[in-house]
Design a protein around this ligand. Structure first.
Ligand SMILES: [Zn+2]
Length: 280
């Protein structure tokens, strides 16, 4: 089934720009629906954005269904981006064949989602599973998060937190990160490869935070597989560190939880949107 899949991600985009780009795409005439992955809380029943975090201040007032109908003559499916990615991974990717799963997506922020008995968990406000990046992992001198809470996983491992974490390191002035155009996971991975000790320390801290966050997800959602996605998921050593942490610290009576890297992190949101349309 052909759909127009839109993944908003962490940067701000105008609907008019999306429309212009989509209408110029080959194959748009064959599309049977518009799938819209949004980085925030989504009321899936009413197809509205419920709540935003800084970006997209006008999203809660926007009628996306009407936009899709009027501009493309198509039905809309609006869903949280991490939830869409998990649907893609459970249907076609790293979670294929498993009955339950959870997703830890390290992007600008940290997106999470949960899946049980063959379907995505949602709940009254569409929030089940998706706020794992805002479960606090620290309470002593906790870092401030963009959500208003303190000590959130995202404040220790989201890409937006990397510049602050790096600049606080006493060795920052001697680090390759000092001359990096942007301090993100790509810069961190390059520094790790070059043997930069600041990058090593920052990555070790991020890794500990993600291990704690992963164990929290396992204890909350009892998944068979924990899928790692987003920019950080391909950094060497992260998946194995999380697997070792889960093996050592999670309740062993539940059995072994498999930590798996997303098979195709760039496509999992699009595949998830497609799978949801096919289920309809
Ligand atoms: Zn937060």
């Amino acid at each position: 089934m052909n759909i127009l899949g839109i993944d908003l991600g962490g940067s701000r985009v105008k609907l008019a720009a999306i429309e212009a780009q989509a209408k110029g795409m080959a194959g748009i005439a064959e599309c049977q629906g518009v799938g819209f992955a949004y980085p925030g809380l989504v009321d899936m029943e009413n197809q509205r954005v419920l709540c935003i975090n800084d970006k997209y201040a006008d999203a809660a007032e926007t009628d996306f269904s009407r936009w899709a109908r009027e501009r493309f003559g198509l039905k809309l499916l609006l869903i949280n981006d991490a939830a869409a990615a998990l649907c893609g991974e459970m249907t076609y990717g790293a979670g294929r064949g498993a009955d339950s799963g959870a997703l830890l997506m390290v992007g600008t922020g940290i997106g999470t989602a949960a899946w049980a008995r063959g379907r995505l968990l949602t709940g009254k406000h569409g929030a089940i599973g998706i706020l794992g990046g805002h479960i606090a992992i620290a309470h002593e001198q906790p870092r401030k998060c963009t959500c208003g809470n303190v000590g959130c996983l995202e404040a220790y491992a989201g890409t937006w937190a990397l510049p602050g974490l790096s600049r606080e390191h006493p060795g920052f002035a001697q680090s390759v990160l000092r001359s990096a155009e942007t301090i993100d996971y790509r810069a961190l991975a390059a520094g790790l490869e070059a043997g930069d000790t600041v990058c090593r320390d920052v990555f070790d801290g991020v890794c500990r935070a993600l291990c704690t966050g992963a164990a929290n997800l396992v204890h909350a959602y009892d998944p068979e597989v924990l899928v790692l996605s987003g920019g950080a998921s391909r950094i060497e050593g992260l998946r194995t560190a999380i697997q070792a942490h889960l093996d050592q610290y999670c309740w062993s009576s539940w059995g072994h939880v498999r930590a798996a890297a997303a098979e195709n992190p760039e496509a999992s949101v699009a595949l998830g949107l497609s799978s949801l349309f096919e289920q309809k």
